[in-house]
Design a protein around this ligand. Structure first.
Ligand code: ZN
Length: 279
């Protein structure tokens, strides 16, 4: 993806650390202040503080690591700006205004409107505060743990999380919330998978439009996205211990199918994963 020189989004809350000083791994200064305040007001306990200052987690980044981290941040900010351009257009075509999500960059752990977040939880979207949370170390994980190559897999991840934001704006997240507790866990899991696959579909729709608008996405990128979708499918993650009931994202084949469908059609109406009979 020829992303350099493109606009970077300013809808970013960068909590990765304090510039100029050692990078606080865990919470960032905002998280520290938030939790300290909570602690002092009597609302928290010592475990909250341990969460902010995990033992052995405080470390300085080398100059090279910091440069690599900043490069990743610039990349995801650029991709976010690209998603803003695309969804602005799609929403205005629907006669609506697109309200943009904020991207929270953190390292280690932070607080979200959906509870505490850590790098272990992976990138996620919180419907309550409409923020996308990403610990950039996930880019390394994509490479090292899932063997995803190139820069585009991270773009796919951003586009997927923005896809959840689109679902929220279109009222789907709310419908899902209403289902929770009213259907069995197995049934609810099925809906979760459909939600995830639709977010993959929306990521594909983004790529379809972005190719036309910015002309920086190449076939090689799409291939990388499909490989990443395949690598982070639930069946791939559980290493072959296939038990579809417990799946929350869909199998590798399903994820690739829906991303591709979005990318090839660019048509929101084709993304009804909820009606798809093969699910
Ligand atoms: Zn998701």
């Amino acid at each position: 993806m020829d992303w350099k020189g493109l606009r970077q989004s300013t809808n970013v809350d960068d909590r990765r650390g304090v510039s100029g000083g050692p990078l606080a791994i865990g919470g960032g200064i905002v998280g520290v202040i938030f939790l300290l305040a909570k602690f002092l007001l009597g609302g928290g306990d010592a475990s909250d503080l341990q969460q902010v200052f995990p033992q052995g987690q405080q470390q300085e980044m080398s100059v090279e690591q910091k440069a690599a981290d900043d490069e990743r941040a610039n990349f995801v900010k650029t991709v976010l700006a690209c998603t803003e351009d695309v969804w602005d257009k799609i929403f205005s075509d629907m006669g609506r205004q697109y309200s943009k999500p904020t991207l929270v960059l953190f390292r280690g752990s932070t607080q979200s409107g959906c509870g505490g977040a850590s790098s272990q939880s992976g990138p996620f979207y919180c419907p309550a505060d409409q923020d996308v949370y990403i610990d950039l170390s996930f880019a390394e994980e994509l490479k090292n743990r899932f063997g995803a190559s190139g820069d585009f897999p991270m773009a796919y991840v951003v586009a997927h999380e923005v896809g959840h934001h689109i679902q929220n704006l279109l009222g789907l997240a709310e419908k899902m919330q209403r289902l929770q507790g009213r259907v069995s866990e197995t049934e609810y899991n099925k809906y979760s998978v459909k939600m995830e696959l639709q977010a993959d579909f929306y990521a594909g729709v983004w790529a379809f439009y972005d190719k036309k608008m910015h002309n920086v996405i190449h076939e090689k990128d799409i291939q990388e996205a499909l490989e990443a979708a395949s690598a982070i499918g639930d069946d791939a993650i559980t290493k072959g211990r296939v038990s579809p009931d417990a799946f929350t994202h869909g199998t590798s084949a399903q994820r690739m199918y829906w991303f591709k469908k979005g990318y090839e059609t660019g048509d929101l109406k084709q993304g009804n994963t909820f009606d798809a009979s093969d699910l």
